[in-house]
Design a binder for this molecule. Structure first.
Ligand SMILES: Cc1cc2nc3c(=O)[nH]c(=O)nc-3n(C[C@H](O)[C@H](O)[C@H](O)COP(=O)(O)OP(=O)(O)OC[C@H]3O[C@@H](n4cnc5c(N)ncnc54)[C@H](O)[C@@H]3O)c2cc1C
Length: 817
C-alpha cells in the first residue's frame, strides 16, 4: 500500500461511494456545517449505477413520510443548479400514470386520494385528456389516467456532480480512485477505514456503496440485504411528436415507463422474470460499465411498448442499455444506523429509484448522522426492519426477484409474497395447515392469517372491496367475541433483560412504570427525546433482576437495538433475544377461563390472576408463562411455552375447548378485533413522530411519578399546551365503502389528516378507520366534536362519524372479567 502525501489522515466522517446517494449525503452533511468530511470513491464519481440511470423522478409512495422524502428531492432539484452553477437537467414536466382495467383504476383513484392526504396534487384524467398530454400514445385500452404535475426528470450524472460540487463548496473533501478495503473496529467502536491509498482515522462511516454496499457492510460485520439485478431501457432516435416538455409516463399494466430524451424516448420496464447479476461475485473494476444488451429478454417489454406507442415499431434505436442495480427483498431502499455497529450508517439498495430518492435520502441520512436520529419516521426504509431471514444471500435474491417482478403489478391490500417460503415455522405449522390455515409471512415467520372452512378455498383472492376470506375472518371474530379462539402468535419477538440494574435501565427507557413486584405486567411505550413512540410493548417483571419483554414480530431488530442502545452507560443490565425459545398461544374469548381451567390446576380466578399480571402455571404438563393481557379486547391469556411443549399444550387446549366452541383463528381476525377495541398498531397508528398524548395513550405514561425517563421533557412541554394532532376513530355507515388506511380526513370541508389504518369491524357492523386530526392552532375535544367529518375514499367524499373512545367495551368490563 503506497502512502500518498495529500491524502487525509483523519476525518470526522467517511462516506464510501460517489454515486448520487453518497454525493447527496456529503452535500447535506456540509450543509449541517460538519467539517472534515471525506467522500471516498474507488473510481470516479457516478461510475456505479448513477451514470446509467434513466432519470425519472416520481414522488408518490404508500407512506406519507417517504413521499415527503421524495418531495424534498424535487424541491432540492428545483434550486440546485442555481446554487452550484452546475446544470442538472431537471425538468418538472409532470408524471402520467395509466390504468387499463377496473382494478388498476381503483388503485390509481386510491393513489390520487393518498397523494391528496400527503399534500401532493394528483389529477384524474379521461383517456382523451391523457392523450392530449402524451399525443403519441394509443389510448384505446385506457380506463383513465392520473397526472402528478410536480414529478419530473433529471440527468442523473449531472445531478450527482452538482451535489458533489455543492458538497465541495461546503468544504467536503472528495477522493476519487480510492477503494475502501477494510473498516477498523476496536472494542465495538469504529476506529478508521483502510484504503488502497492509506488509512483514515474516523469514528463514523456512511456506506453508500450502491450494489457493493453488501460487501462494504461485511467489512464491518453489518448485514445489508440487497442483490444486483439487470435492468434494461432503450433510447431511441428522435420521434415526431416527442417534445421536450413531454411528461414522464408509467404504464404499469404494460409494465413499462417512458421519458423524453433528446427528442426521442428513453423507455424500459419491469419484466416478471428478472435476471440476477453478479451471483458469483462482482467482476473487478466494474466502473462506468454496462452489461451486454439482452434483446431477447427485452422483447416481452417491446411488445407491450409498441402497443402503447406505435411509433416505437419504426423508431431508430440508439441503444439498449443494460445496467445492473441493487434491489432489496421488499422493494424499498435501506437507510439508517446499522443495528450491529454504532456510527456505521447505510444508504443503499435503491431499487431503480435512487435518482428520485437521492436528494431526500441524503438529507435524512446526514441528519441521522448529525443528530443520532432521522428528522422524521422513515420506518418503511429503516435498516432495522430486517432480521434473521435477511442474512442468507440466496433467500434475499429469491424474494428480491419476486419483488422486482411485482414492481408494476397491482399492490393489493393485505398482499402476501411467495418466494423463500416457508422460512420460519412454529411447531404448530403442519397441524394448522391441515386445518385450513392460510398463512401470511412476517420477518420470515409463517403465521396463520385465516382458516378456510369446508368448501372454502384455502388461498387468498385479493380485492379492493371484500376479499374471499371476509366470511371466514367474520367467523373467527365472532368466536372470539362470543366463545373462545386460539391464535398461534409464536412469531412474537421476546427479549430478556437481566442484571442488577435492569429495573433502573428500564425505568429510564420505558414511559410507563415498570418498577413493580415480580408477577406484574406493564404495557408501555418507549420514547425518543421528541416524545415519539419508538417501541410499544409489554414488560413482565420475572424477578428482581429479570424482565421478560414481548413485542411485535416485525420489530425484533428495531426494538432490540433501541432498548440495548439506550441502557445508560455504566448500568449492569443486558438484553438477550429469546424469540426462538418460546412458542406463544393466545387463548382469547369469554370462555377462555373455562378452557384453561380444564387443563391447568393453578388458581386462574380473576381474584388470584387479574388482568395486567402474569404467572408461571402448568398446562398439560408444560411450564407455561401465562400473561393476562389482550390485543383483541376479551378475557384471555397469552401463553408463552417452551417450544418443545407447544404441540402438547395446543392439543390439550383444543381438546378442552371443544365443549366451549373453540376455533383456530388468525392474524386477520386479530386486526378486526383490535380495530374495534381501538388498540394502536406501531408502524401505522403510532411511531416515532407521534407522542402517547397525541395517540390517546397518555394513561400509560408515568408523568405523575417523579422519575426521569427518556422523552419526559418533551411530553411535559406538550402537556402544558394544546396538542397539534390527536388520534380519533371514524366509522362509515355506507356498506359499499372500504377503508384500508391513507384515506383523507376532512373537517368542515378542510383537509385535516389521513387514516393510519382501516378495516371492517364485524361486531359493530361497520368500516372503522383511525387517523390523526391535525390543526396548527391545536386539537381538543371541542374542536373534534364541533366539526363535521368526511373521509375521501378513492377520490369520493363520504360522511363519517368521529369517536373519541373505543368502539367496543369502552369500560374494559370484558377484559377484566
Ligand atoms: C438501467 C437503470 C435505469 C434506472 N433508472 C432510474 C430512474 O429513471 N430513476 C431513478 O430514480 N433511478 C433510476 N435508476 C436507479 C439509480 O441509478 C440508482 O438507484 C442510483 O444510481 C443508486 O445510487 P447509489 O449512489 O446508491 O449507487 P451508485 O451510483 O452505484 O454508487 C455507489 C458507488 O460506490 C462506489 N464503491 C463501491 N465500493 C466501493 C469501495 N469499496 N470503496 C469506494 N467506493 C466504492 C462505486 O464505485 C459507486 O460509484 C436506474 C438504474 C438502472 C440500472
Amino acid at each position: 500500500m503506497t502512502e500518498i502525501k495529500d491524502f487525509p489522515a483523519s476525518a470526522r466522517a467517511v462516506i464510501i461511494g460517489g454515486g448520487i446517494v453518497g454525493c447527496s449525503t456529503a452535500y447535506h452533511l456540509g450543509k449541517l456545517s460538519w467539517k472534515d468530511i471525506v467522500l471516498l470513491e474507488r473510481h470516479k464519481l457516478t461510475s456505479g449505477s448513477t451514470f446509467h440511470a434513466a432519470g425519472l423522478v416520481g414522488q408518490l409512495r404508500t407512506s406519507a413520510n417517504i413521499t415527503q422524502l421524495l418531495g424534498y428531492s424535487v424541491k432540492l432539484y428545483n434550486t440546485l443548479e442555481q446554487e452550484t452553477g452546475l446544470a442538472t437537467g431537471w425538468k418538472m414536466n409532470g408524471g402520467l400514470r395509466l390504468a387499463c382495467n377496473q382494478d388498476r383504476w381503483t388503485e390509481v383513484r386510491r393513489q390520487a386520494t393518498t397523494a391528496r392526504s400527503f399534500g401532493l396534487e394528483m389529477q384524474l384524467l379521461t383517456p382523451a385528456e391523457a392523450q392530449k398530454l402524451w399525443p403519441i400514445m394509443d389510448v384505446s385500452d385506457l380506463v383513465g389516467a392520473a397526472f402528478l404535475p410536480t414529478d419530473g426528470q433529471v440527468n442523473p450524472s449531472d445531478i450527482a456532480q452538482s451535489l458533489a460540487k455543492g458538497a465541495r463548496m461546503q468544504g467536503v473533501r472528495i477522493c476519487e480512485d480510492t477503494t475502501v478495503t477494510g473498516i477498523e473496529i476496536e472494542d465495538g467502536k469504529i476506529k478508521g477505514v483502510q484504503t488502497n491509498r492509506g488509512r483514515i482515522e474516523c469514528a463514523i462511516v456512511v456506506n453508500c456503496a450502491g450494489q457493493w454496499a453488501r460487501e462494504v457492510g461485511r467489512m464491518a460485520g453489518v448485514n445489508v440485504p440487497l442483490v444486483s439485478v439487470e435492468h434494461q431501457y432503450m433510447v431511441t432516435e428522435p420521434i415526431p411528436g416527442v417534445t421536450s416538455g413531454l411528461p414522464t409516463l408509467r404504464d404499469p399494466d404494460r409494465l413499462t415507463y417512458y421519458k423524453e430524451e433528446v427528442g426521442g424516448l428513453a423507455w424500459g420496464g419491469y419484466e416478471p422474470n428478472p435476471v440476477p447479476w453478479a451471483v458469483d461475485g462482482f467482476p473487478a473494476n466494474f466502473n462506468f460499465q454496462t452489461l451486454q444488451p439482452d434483446f431477447d429478454h427485452f422483447e416481452q417489454l417491446m411488445i407491450q411498448a409498441i402497443a402503447r406507442v406505435p411509433a416505437l415499431e419504426t423508431a431508430g434505436v440508439k441503444t439498449l442499455l443494460n445496467g445492473p442495480e441493487s434491489f432489496t427483498p421488499d422493494g424499498n431502499f435501506i437507510l439508517g444506523e446499522a443495528p450491529e455497529l454504532k456510527n456505521f450508517f447505510v444508504g443503499a439498495g435503491f431499487n431503480a429509484f435512487g435518482i428520485a430518492s437521492g436528494g431526500g435520502a441524503g438529507m435524512v441520512l446526514a441528519e441521522w448522522v448529525a443528530n443520532g436520529e432521522p428528522p422524521f419516521d422513515v420506518w418503511p426504509v429503516d435498516i432495522r426492519r430486517f432480521g434473521t431471514p435477511h442474512f442468507d444471500t440466496s433467500w434475499i435474491r429469491r424474494r428480491t426477484l419476486e419483488m422486482y417482478g411485482k414492481h408494476y403489478t397491482i399492490a393489493w391490500p393485505n398482499e402476501e409474497h411467495h418466494s423463500g417460503r416457508p422460512c420460519r415455522r412454529s411447531p404448530l405449522y403442519d397441524r394448522l395447515a391441515k386445518q385450513g390455515a392460510v398463512f401470511g409471512e412476517k420477518m420470515g415467520w409463517e403465521r396463520p392469517n385465516w382458516f378456510a372452512g369446508p368448501g372454502e378455498e384455502a388461498k387468498d383472492i385479493y380485492s379492493f372491496t371484500r376479499p374471499n376470506w371476509f366470511a371466514a375472518v367474520g367467523r373467527e371474530h365472532k368466536a372470539t367475541r362470543e366463545a373462545v379462539a386460539l391464535f398461534d402468535q409464536t412469531s412474537f419477538a421476546k427479549f430478556m433483560m437481566v442484571g442488577r440494574d435492569a429495573e433502573k435501565a428500564l425505568e429510564w427507557i420505558c414511559a410507563n412504570d415498570v418498577s413493580k413486584p415480580p408477577g406484574a405486567l406493564t404495557y408501555t411505550q418507549m420514547l425518543n427525546k421528541r416524545g415519539g413512540v419508538e417501541c410499544d410493548l409489554t414488560v413482565c417483571r420475572v424477578a428482581q433482576d429479570k424482565f421478560y419483554i414481548v413485542t411485535g414480530t416485525g420489530f425484533v431488530t428495531h426494538d432490540f437495538s433501541w432498548i440495548s442502545r439506550n441502557i445508560p452507560e455504566g448500568l449492569h443490565a443486558s438484553l438477550v433475544d429469546v424469540t426462538g425459545a418460546n412458542a406463544v398461544l393466545a387463548l382469547m374469548g369469554p370462555r377462555a377461563r373455562d378452557v384453561l381451567a380444564k387443563v391447568c390446576s393453578d388458581d386462574i380466578s380473576n381474584e388470584n390472576f387479574p388482568f395486567g399480571s402474569f404467572r408461571q402455571i402448568g398446562v398439560a404438563g408444560a411450564p407455561v408463562r401465562a400473561l393476562r393481557v389482550t390485543y383483541v379486547g376479551e378475557l384471555g391469556w397469552e401463553l408463552h411455552i417452551p417450544v418443545e411443549y407447544a404441540v402438547n399444550v395446543y392439543e390439550a387446549l383444543m381438546a378442552a375447548g371443544a365443549d366451549f366452541g373453540i376455533v383456530n383463528a388468525g392474524y386477520r381476525a386479530i386486526e378486526t378485533l383490535r380495530l374495534e377495541k381501538g388498540y394502536r398498531a406501531w408502524g401505522s397508528d403510532i411511531g416515532p413522530d407521534h407522542t402517547p398524548l397525541e395517540a390517546g395513550l397518555g394513561m400509560f405514561v408515568k408523568l405523575k411519578k417523579d422519575t426521569p425517563f427518556l422523552g419526559r421533557a418533551a411530553l411535559e412541554k406538550q402537556k402544558a399546551g394544546k396538542l397539534p394532532k390527536q388520534m380519533c376513530a371514524f366509522t362509515v355507515d355506507d356498506p359499499a365503502i372500504t377503508l384500508l388506511g391513507r384515506e383523507t380526513i376532512y373537517r368542515d370541508g378542510e383537509r385535516v389528516g389521513w387514516l393510519s389504518s382501516g378495516g371492517y369491524g364485524y361486531t359493530v357492523g361497520k368500516m372503522i378507520g383511525y387517523g390523526y386530526v391535525r390543526n396548527k392552532a391545536g386539537v381538543d375535544k371541542d374542536y373534534l366534536l364541533s366539526g363535521r367529518f368526511e373521509l375521501e375514499v378513492a377520490t369520493v367524499r363520504t360522511p363519517c362519524q368521529i369517536h373519541l373512545g373505543p368502539l367496543y367495551d369502552p369500560k374494559m368490563e370484558r377484559i377484566k372479567s
